[in-house]
Ligand binder design. Structure first.
Ligand SMILES: [Ca+2]
Ligand SMILES: [Ca+2]
Length: 310
């Protein structure tokens, strides 16, 4: 009887799909990677683009800078003086696609996420009461780094870096954010010198409640040779992805700025937002790209700092 059974067992063994601890582990890693990528798609921490919008003309005219029909001409500017246009804004042209590289070691995953941005910069330099901007291309890349831990079979985000937005062609970039400090009610809560540095989500991401006063200081450099004054415009988008933008100041007077013309731009705002994750985005533009409507000269840099309203 055994003589008949043994070949049968061997035959069944040969028909079973190949399975080994190594193969199981590889399958589990693929499953882990899929799960983490799905979580990234849903997470507010991974908001794709923090200085753009899908609205018409990139919301160029909805942020307090409507074209003024009572001003028939552009403001007169000296040759080397930059002026803000009647309106400007960015619009995404395609849905951003995230590419996440996930490395799983045991119950820890490290992830780098890159998003290529295809967008348009709208600039309206005519103060003629009409919405008639020109368009110029934006090709940006967004970088963001995170750590995930698996607990009870589920993956959780444990560390996240700020988002860094750079020109996809580094040879064109002259504007750089080099440091951002975030104060809450006059206490320094975050000091970032490398946007790739990850922060603990529980203990290091800034948490605020409505009514808190947030001051953001951004150090910005610009090696542009345009000779314009100002050489750079720096904005804060305090509550992306839902809100507008405001100019930051380096005049020693406005926005809580401590020292004039020291390359540190400042903006102060009072939190009034829904609970959850928001981003304060620092958005520095070479002033030249806002002086004309159609030159292919977009040149900007941005860091997006996640923070939580609770
Ligand atoms: Ca106009
Ligand atoms: Ca300053």
């Amino acid at each position: 009887m055994f003589g008949r059974l043994v070949p049968c067992v061997i035959a069944i063994g040969l028909l079973m799909p190949a399975s080994s601890p190594a193969a199981d582990q590889a399958a589990q890693k693929r499953k882990d990677k899929r799960e983490i990528k799905k979580l990234i798609e849903k997470s507010a921490y991974f908001s794709p683009y923090l200085t753009g919008t899908t609205k018409r003309y990139g919301s160029a005219y909805t942020e307090g800078n409507l074209p003024d029909s009572s001003a028939p001409m552009s403001p007169l500017a000296a040759d080397a003086e930059a002026t803000l246009p009647a309106g400007w804004g960015r619009r995404l042209e395609t849905d951003p696609v995230r590419t996440s590289t996930v490395i799983v070691v045991g119950d820890t995953a490290t992830v780098s996420t890159v998003i290529d941005i295809d967008a348009t910069l709208y600039v309206d330099t005519s103060f003629d009461g009409r919405k008639n901007p020109g368009a110029k291309p934006i090709e940006d890349t967004v970088y963001r780094y995170s750590t995930w831990q698996k607990e009870d079979g589920k993956w959780h985000l444990t560390e996240i870096s700020p988002a860094e937005v750079r020109l996809s062609d580094p040879g064109r970039q002259t504007v750089f954010v080099t440091e951002v400090k975030v104060y809450v009610n006059d206490t320094l809560m975050m000091d970032i010198t490398d946007p790739a540095d990850k922060r603990d989500v529980e203990t290091e991401i800034v948490r605020v409640t409505n009514g808190d006063v947030v001051k953001v200081e951004a150090s910005v450099t610009n090696s542009s040779t345009s000779g314009l004054d100002p050489l750079t415009y720096v904005y804060c988008h305090p509550n992306r992805p839902v809100g507008g933008r405001d100019l930051m100041y380096d005049d020693g007077v406005n926005g809580g700025d401590a020292v004039a013309a020291d390359g540190v731009w400042t903006y102060t705002y009072t939190v009034n937002l829904q609970d959850g994750c928001h981003h304060a985005a620092i958005d520095a533009l070479d002033s030249l790209c806002l002086q004309n409507e159609t030159d292919d000269d977009y040149n900007a840099a941005a860091w997006g700092m996640p923070y939580v309203v609770e």
